[in-house]
Write a protein that binds this ligand. Sequence first.
Ligand code: ADP
Ligand code: MG
Length: 250
Amino acid sequence: MADEPKTETPLVSLQGVNKYFGELHVLRDINLDIARGEVVVVVGPSGSGKSTLCRAINRLEPIEEGEIRIDGVPLPAEGKELARLRADVGMVFQSFNLFAHKTIVQNVTLGPTKVRKESAEAARKHAMELLERVGIASQADKYPAQLSGGQQQRVAIARALAMRPKVMLFDEPTSALDPEMVNEVLDVMTALASEGMTMVVVTHEMGFARRAGDRVVFMADGQIVEAAEPDTFFTNPTSDRAKDFLSKIL
Ligand code: ADP
Ligand code: MG
């Protein structure tokens, strides 16, 4: 339409989100809208609330104040509707958390068959496509311990994608990996980003942030201090906190 700009519902929307751990005010008035297809990279010092933010987005952590919407629907505190909406949010953690006693392909089909009630056949077909996509198809019948850390993390990504999420959250997905395995995981994430997946990525990998990020969100003390396009953020941070942070990591 020429007369009116199209205003799309953000895929993820946080409005006035506050969270406490006892006395500790760990998320402070977080307002953040993430558009469909957007890749938001979250950076900030340790303890600034990045993991808590991710966990709040799929309600692994309850929030005391504010509202979180996924594709326009407010996340309820609990119940069936929460389980349904949570399935829209895939999450990949620093520790891959694969089931050790299940094969790679079983790790990927478990959620779809148990939670989404997909047939074993359909789930396996989809799982093999995803394992192909992350470059692990030939290892499908092995057990997690037989794979490298980088391979296991790629399986964890496939497992999250198997639930057909609308948004993927990555909380320091490469921090536990040996350096030579970091890129194989970042490459999968970069491909996912370029295919249009909506992503929230907590990472210290600034190369990835510049390459794949649409926006960098800088957190400190539970607040979003600064948000900007990656190039702007890295070359021209405005806050002293961000300048200090960047001087330590770059
Ligand atoms: P980041 O991921 O940026 O390092 P976190 O979100 O893990 O930060 O933690 C933010 C703050 O909340 C830290 O001070 C941390 O110690 C505290 N915190 C995190 N999880 C808990 C918890 N389950 N109980 C109490 N305090 C917590
Ligand atoms: Mg963290």
